[in-house]
Ligand binder design. Structure first.
Ligand SMILES: Cc1cc2nc3c(=O)[nH]c(=O)nc-3n(C[C@H](O)[C@H](O)[C@H](O)COP(=O)(O)OP(=O)(O)OC[C@H]3O[C@@H](n4cnc5c(N)ncnc54)[C@H](O)[C@@H]3O)c2cc1C
Length: 414
């Protein structure tokens, strides 16, 4: 096979894996990044522990992507979760599987993932050009010819892989400007929106609940057209609204509904294990047993402390009442709140705060079997800059590694 000059732009997980794979197959590879180190976002991932993939099977894996993830079938066929696990374990880094099949390094440190990638780049003789920003891709007769850096230097290439990430957490280098390059070359860019992002409520009281985590709850979001309900899990109050795993997982959908100017209401079920009737019976029992006690005191066994005053106010109950003074209407109002506490969603935090970017280079413009552009020969895309995004759980990093691997291999074999 003839050696080709390959340029990979972006030293995140997608670009690094692309560079490693192309070099492994004998190509002369240069990896360019504007940062002084590789994987700045990777280092932040999993709260610094790097949830690098998930051990679930292919179909469950694909379901965790917006739009069903069918585009990724070929990339996953080539390099999937067990291949990624083997990649790190065979290079001396042990991994472990935690709840919901999330896979982490046993070191609990994303730096150990970055360390293995660094060593492998060196072993495969990939030329590293850090602190170098690519600001143009040169194309002649619909074929990629090289890249220009912002200091004016032109670097010729036979194949170019763009792996410049999304447009959030800009301080990590993922600022989205390379998407403009793709657009300039004729690619359709699906509008960028935040994914895995906290939501903002119209109500101001989440502010007084900031930091409160509700465990074992369920949340549903409803608009005029659709509704979606979470699994049972945790919700976190922030200074401006709601966050936590359940909210983040569904936030992408909600951002799109809000984008269509729909009213969205969140309904929190604090007692998903009980029906409304069972909850009412429980209230009756508690109120009877503690008839002479103040209602605030009695509610301590039923609600987190920080919610009691608020719920009594929302149910229109005088907090100085004794349990035996609570009317059946008041009791039902309380049970209604615990089973379906409604908050109006007014928006989300901005794209910059999304853990993942929704949108990017349109899947119609990329060949899923090679990751090559359908418009420009010799130009490839991989990672978060393409229009794929998934839930939390290691799915986004696996997609970056897998599409990177496929792009790298395709440049070598094309
Ligand atoms: C806080 C946080 C936690 C996360 N945790 C997880 C997790 O635990 N598990 C998971 O699966 N996913 C997680 N993600 C998502 C995951 O980190 C990303 O999906 C992944 O990093 C995308 O990889 P990438 O290689 O496509 O892009 P990036 O990692 O964004 O890398 C892109 C690189 O391109 C470089 N670049 C951009 N433009 C240029 C240019 N013009 N010239 C030169 N270089 C350029 C940037 O400097 C950057 O280094 C998390 C994200 C965040 C923000």
């Amino acid at each position: 096979m003839q050696t080709k000059k390959i340029i990979v732009v972006g030293a995140g997980p997608a670009g690094v894996m692309a560079a490693i794979r192309a070099a492994e197959l004998g190509q002369e590879v240069t990896l360019i990044d504007k940062n002084p180190i590789l994987g700045k976002k990777l280092l932040l991932s999993g709260k610094g522990r790097c949830n690098l993939t998930n051990a679930c099977g292919l179909n469950s894996f694909l379901e965790r992507f917006s739009g069903g993830g069918q585009f990724l079938r070929d990339a996953f066929k080539k390099f999937f979760n067990l291949d990624l696990v083997d990649f790190f374990q065979s290079r001396g880094l042990e991994l472990k599987t935690e709840r919901q099949l999330r896979i982490f390094p046993v070191t609990d440190s994303s730096a150990s993932i970055a360390g293995i990638l660094e060593k492998e780049l060196a072993k495969q003789n990939v030329k590293l050009m850090y602190k170098s920003k690519v600001n143009d891709v040169r194309v002649k007769d619909k074929e990629a010819k090289g890249v220009s850096l912002d200091d004016g230097e032109f670097i010729p290439a036979d194949r170019i892989i763009l792996a410049t990430g999304g447009a959030s957490y800009g301080f990590t280098g993922s600022t989205g400007e390379a998407l403009s390059l793709a657009r300039k070359l004729g690619h359709d860019i699906i509008p960028l929106r935040p994914g895995l992002v906290p939501l903002v409520t119209k109500e101001k009281y989440p502010r007084i609940l900031e930091g409160l985590t509700l465990k074992n709850i369920r949340i549903s979001f409803c608009s005029a057209k659709n509704s979606v309900t979470s699994e049972i899990g945790e919700l976190l109050f922030t200074g401006f609204g709601i966050s936590g795993p359940l909210v983040l997982a569904l936030s992408g959908k909600i951002v799109d509904w809000l984008g269509e100017k729909r009213e969205v209401v969140a309904e929190i079920d604090l007692k998903p294990g009980l029906t409304r009737e069972q909850l009412d019976s429980r209230f009756l029992r508690e109120f009877k047993m503690n008839a002479k006690k103040g209602i605030k005191n009695v509610m301590k066994s039923l609600l987190p402390l920080r919610l009691i005053d608020l719920f009594l106010e929302l149910a229109g109950i005088d907090p100085h009442k004794k349990a035996n003074q609570i009317t059946s209407g008041e009791r039902l109002a309380l049970a209604g709140l615990l089973k379906g506490w409604r908050l109006n969603i007014s928006g989300s935090l901005p794209l910059e705060e999304g853990m993942v970017t929704k949108g990017g280079v349109s899947l119609h413009d990329i060949n899923p079997r090679t990751m090559e552009s359908r418009l420009i020969k010799g130009l490839y895309f991989c990672g978060e800059m393409i229009d794929i995004d998934a839930d939390t759980g290691g799915f986004n990093l696996q997609a970056a590694f897998s599409t990177g691997y496929l792009a790298g291999e395709s440049t070598a074999l094309s």
